[in-house]
Design a protein around this ligand. Sequence first.
Ligand code: SF4
Length: 283
Amino acid sequence: MDNETARNIRGNLTADCSKCFGLCCTALTIVASSDFPINKQAGTPCMNLQSDYSCQIHSQLRDKGFKGCTVFDCLGAGQVVSQVTFNGESWRENPDIGKKMFRVFPIMEQIHEIIAYVAEALSYDIPIDLADKLGKQLTELQALTKLDADNLLSLDLVMYRFSSNELLTLASDFVRRKTINKMPGVRKIKEFDHQRANWMGKKLKGKDLRATDFRGAYLIAADMRNTDLRAVDFIGADLRDVNFCGADLSTGMFLTQMQINSAKGNVKTTLPSHIHRPSHWIN
Ligand code: SF4
């Protein structure tokens, strides 16, 4: 698979709410917090969900305290569960399928997330043998999205996460090592390892953090204004309220729309092509 095709697969993993039966607004539990003003049980429709599955307060979500809804991104899992797994049959028309549909949704969401990471790794210039392995993994993962509900519910997703993660780490190390080799001085990749680091609130304004490994790091509310974050691995990092104003994330790796939606930024933040600039960054 060529880099362009992989980039397109990654870029096409976007939610189309017009083809979804309001699954994120129904299937998931909501707990009252700074992100939500209400409590809601999984399987119960949100009080703001309308009969056509649109949100009654869509344009005022942040003003009304539903910040969490503006952060969430299902990567297109909602429309696949609605239109492919359940053939366009809604839980409203057929309440008998509701329970199963709501259990399948978070599973499809995870499959789409792994597909997004694997497709992104394939879009990099990496050794051919690694690209072959990632290509096979991607084909297998894409086939999972076509399984029926019962087979999806019995999937061993941990196994897919584990095998994908091994390949993603190899791709990340390769890309970061290439970047490090172009940097002045002789530096070892180990110096860039900040996996699972607790850098909450850390002041990093204007720093050159290229090629850092921030896998699973806690970066909540860190000040990363005007920071160089090219070739940084952000997989699983907690980026809530990180200030990315003016930062260069153009080649940041494994960033998700949800991570970016939960952070702060502005029109000067440079983002990877598959990430949209959140509207609350502009307003
Ligand atoms: S507030 Fe709107 S977007 Fe958020 S869960 Fe309710 S219906 Fe969905």
